[in-house]
Design a protein around this ligand. Sequence first.
Ligand code: GRF
Length: 202
Amino acid sequence: KRVVVFISGSGSNMMALAQACQDPDFPAEIACVISDKATAGGLAKAQEFGIPTLVFERKTYADKAEHEASILAALSEIAPDLICLAGYMRLISGDFIAPYEGRIINIHPSLLPLFPGLHTHERAIESGTKITGCTVHFVTEGMDEGPVIGQAAVPVLAGDDANTLAARVLTVEHQLYPLALKLLAEGKVRMEGGKAIRGDDA
Ligand code: GRF
């Protein structure tokens, strides 16, 4: 399956996917990495891997609709089977999702439905929870709301701050995201009726 990965930042999850895709038995390959920020550190990492990159800098577009239209036009040439959002910091619209319904997934650094949105780790620590983690889910119009494909948990330790907790969660993000992409690429999970359906005949 041909995959496009969307990033805005350091791209460590994108790299975890790229490394998984290097295995000839892995059922996906990254056709392109798209960033909405020219300064995203992940762009250089993708290029080192020989993955083509495209930048659609937000501020060069009049509004969100133009920004998305421009990305959609590029995608129609690349013709990806699947899209992975990996630290892509812009909410995508229903119109963008429609042509790729059930084929866009995202990783979020909490055990959804807990702590959607920004400042996840600060809020997890503040809540007093002793466990947190990450979630890979299908992308729907609501932020961090789509059906859950998989989750991984880590402890919140005494003395954690947002940085130490984020680093611990990232280690399991890098394991979970390739597993979730593999399931989707092999047709072992699909979105139907607002749910993620698992099984070999999914
Ligand atoms: C990750 O924690 C991801 O879950 C969140 O943003 C962070 C991106 O990190 N959405 P990276 O760019 O993959 O290193």
